[in-house]
Ligand binder design. Sequence first.
Ligand SMILES: Nc1ncnc2c1ncn2[C@@H]1O[C@H](COP(=O)(O)OP(=O)(O)OP(=O)(O)O)[C@@H](O)[C@H]1O
Ligand SMILES: [Mg+2]
Length: 323
Amino acid sequence: MEPLTPDISEQKGPMDPFRSDSPLAPPPIRRLKLDDPEAAKEATEPLTPAAGSGPQQSGFVTAKRSVGAPQFSIRRMEIDGVSVHYGAKEAVKGVSLPVRQGEVLSLIGPSGCGKTTLLRSLNRLTELTSTATLTGRILLDDVDITEIEPTLLRRRVTMVFQQPNPFPMSVFDNIAYVLREQGSRRARKKSLEPKVHSALDRAGLFEEVKDNLDHPALKLSGGQQQRLCIARALAAEPEVLLLDEPCSALDPKSTQVIEDLIVKLRDDVAVVIVTHNLQQAYRIADHVAFMYLGDLVEYNSATALFGSPREQRTQEYVSGAFG
Ligand SMILES: Nc1ncnc2c1ncn2[C@@H]1O[C@H](COP(=O)(O)OP(=O)(O)OP(=O)(O)O)[C@@H](O)[C@H]1O
Ligand SMILES: [Mg+2]
């Protein structure tokens, strides 16, 4: 375990070695377990609810699904009986969940139910909160994440926060910074251009900024800043992408761009997204985990959880009885 330090993960600059984008972080390792029989079995699990059920039945207002059934599913992370306390207060209570590449997992639940805490546990950011203690195990490709050097872990498991946090430098340099630390520190601007453009394009930002990539990132709109942060996260080529309410500050058009991106990403990156927008979870998630007061109340395919929830509390939440 690392020594506990104040919670500074969202405030510090790019030289912070705790950040996944720090130059002190070693390069990422991509390890795909393609021969996992359990994953292969799970990939064949039906994802649709029983005939006769549907979102209307649960009281959930129908949205159009943007995703088809996953083409494959590989278990990348395993959350195994994880509890997180802040001092004496238990914020996450014995949660177990799989995180799979090939799928989008959405965490939903009312404010304060532990979604962000659980998300931050996946790349050991909770350790940076001095009062936080975690019990249980979290595995990445069967390795306990406490055995993975934090900077390497945070490069492989990258988080985009609710509040955009671009570096105080140009749009171009926000992306180039990550590329330089992964490759040649002295790489010339010209040689980085294709990758910078591609990262911005994937996040749906390129067309808006291409004429002035030297523009200060902090002068972009909130929605543009968030897409820049997503572009920067993708430039690091993470294996797991954690998104904490990434669209809460975005207009509908930017939200649509991000949702389309997430759906495209799921084959290359395991995506976990926290959202308060149930329509969004229904549109883009393959599996949904509903949390309430720190408990994982229900984990199911998106169509089943919204269409025919097993638990009364899920039913009430998705039908808008409480929020
Ligand atoms: N740094 C902290 N110190 C002490 N308590 C905390 C800390 N961060 C979160 N908590 C508490 O832990 C509980 C879970 O918080 P968390 O931020 O994980 O919830 P959330 O589901 O993400 O909520 P929201 O939807 O409002 O973002 C809450 O009761 C919150 O007050
Ligand atoms: Mg939160």
